[in-house]
Design a protein around this ligand. Sequence first.
Ligand code: ZN
Length: 231
Amino acid sequence: MKTKTEGIVLSVSDYKENSEKISVLTKDKAYLSFVIRGSAKMTARNKIFPRTVYEFIYDEKDGRDMYALQGRNLVRSYLSHDLKKDAFADVLIEAVRRITCDETDALYEDLIFVLDNLQTSPYLYGSYLLSRLLYYSGFRPYVDGCVVCNSNLISALSIERGGLVCALHKRATDIDDLDRVRHFRHLQLLQKENLPLYKEEITLEDFKILVDFIERHLDLRLRSFSFFLTL
Ligand SMILES: [Zn+2]
């Protein structure tokens, strides 16, 4: 039986005999992989692009972790053809691809919301998405008090210890710029509808702190972020 599902392409890679394999985060079927026959040929007309939303058509009874793609309809594309903007969106896509989450329906909704708004304030919406990823992956930073003693007299953010710290538990390497600490805390607690209030406040520095947090606690390196910083 033919099944249709909407999803966003997280990666496209070569597969055997002129085929390509794509990884997709779907709206309601978590993560799926599809093989597209013949799409790696230079003349292929069925090219699929990363960072693009399609409705995918496949036969669910194939029943493995990978399906042969039978058809697709373009829903919307997030390719801006501006190198720097695209490179920033790729950082978010790489994070979504590499951080495993159980709540994929909510993550999908957040990712589409962020990509729809990304150009208005990239670091704000990007930071929001990384914060949601931390939440869904179970690596939520502790921001309700000092992560060691629970005191609410906060004086720094300790990436190493996974949350805020008081003056007593602060170490030399912790971040003690109080604007940064406040932004980090707010990003973990923010509701979507309040994001515009932070439009002017969240900068690349705030985004970098979240990348550091993810890289340390989830033990991975976001290569696309290193590339973005070279542009
Ligand atoms: Zn403390």
